[in-house]
Design a protein around this ligand. Structure first.
Ligand code: OOG
Ligand code: MG
Length: 262
């Protein structure tokens, strides 16, 4: 595929996001044999497009890092994408349905990085030593593809379905917790819909950041000081509706919530 083709597909996905409509996945007609590498080249064009519009990167994110998510989405490998400033929602704030396509929410543990982490060969222990804070988060994913149906290269091209993020307000030092043992519940209107523990994410969420650093090293990039990184959903993602109050509670780390408006 040519650079021009990657750019065109990136524009196709960017337009779907802006116009809030589902589109046919790339592998359906345009490019049935799209590879993972090509998926990341399209993602890079999509990221460049947003950067050129003046949007800023908050940090890379990991996705499909738990068995629950891999099974739900029918894919078998973790991926990364990027969270931008325009995606941030204040803790306790509102998420407006008419700005999104068919959003779902997931509970995640996030890391704020204190020192650059360069792969390959990075371990979870090395990540913890270079982590400034950990915090709870709710990610709102909104695949641009019809019915959230995609292959691994498709979802990579679509910036890993990234759409909105609510970060918790309490910052905790990582050594205060055994993050693998931190329990998390995801509730709608006070009713627990999903629950799990940090260990669901590659055995320990720090392993997710390590994998990210190792994946980024393939394109000569690294995890950077100041990056705020989502490590991937602990449980399956769930749909929500107008008027819902969504809350994620993380043992010791605190609570994150938002209300759904029209
Ligand atoms: C892909 C994004 C996955 C996660 O935390 O696993 C993700 C999707 O499920 O649409 O963000
Ligand atoms: Mg996620």
């Amino acid at each position: 595929m040519s650079n021009e083709e990657y750019k065109n597909i990136a524009q196709y996905l960017a337009a779907a996001e802006v116009e809030k409509r589902e589109v046919v996945k790339v592998t359906a007609e345009m490019k049935p044999d799209l590879s993972v590498e090509e998926g990341y080249l399209i993602q890079q064009e999509l990221v460049n497009l947003k950067l050129n519009e003046g949007k800023r990167i908050i940090g890379p994110k990991m996705g499909l890092t738990s068995q629950a998510k891999m099974t739900q989405m029918n894919v078998d490998e973790p991926i990364y994408g990027y969270v931008f400033d325009y995606m941030l929602i204040d803790n306790g704030g509102t998420v407006s349905l008419n700005q999104l396509i068919h959003p779902k929410v997931e509970a995640e543990i996030a890391f704020i990085i204190g020192e650059d982490i360069e792969g390959p060969g990075v371990t979870g222990a090395q990540v913890l030593a270079k982590t400034e804070y950990v915090l709870p988060a709710l990610e709102i994913i909104d695949s641009r593809y019809e019915n959230f149906n995609f292959t691994l290269p498709d979802v990579i091209a679509d910036n890993a379905s990234t759409s909105r993020v609510v970060f918790g307000t309490a910052l905790k030092r990582p050594e205060q917790y055994e993050l693998d043992l931190v329990g998390a519940t995801l509730s709608i209107n006070g009713e627990i819909k999903e629950l799990g523990a940090g260990a669901a994410v590659l055995g320990h969420p720090a392993n997710s950041v390590a994998m990210l650093a190792n994946m980024l090293s393939r394109k000569g990039e690294k995890v950077r000081k100041g990056d705020v990184i989502l490590t991937g959903a602990i449980t399956s993602a769930i749909m929500f509706h107008q008027g819902d109050f969504i809350s994620g509670k993380f043992d010791g780390l605190g609570e994150v919530s938002f209300t759904v408006t029209e």
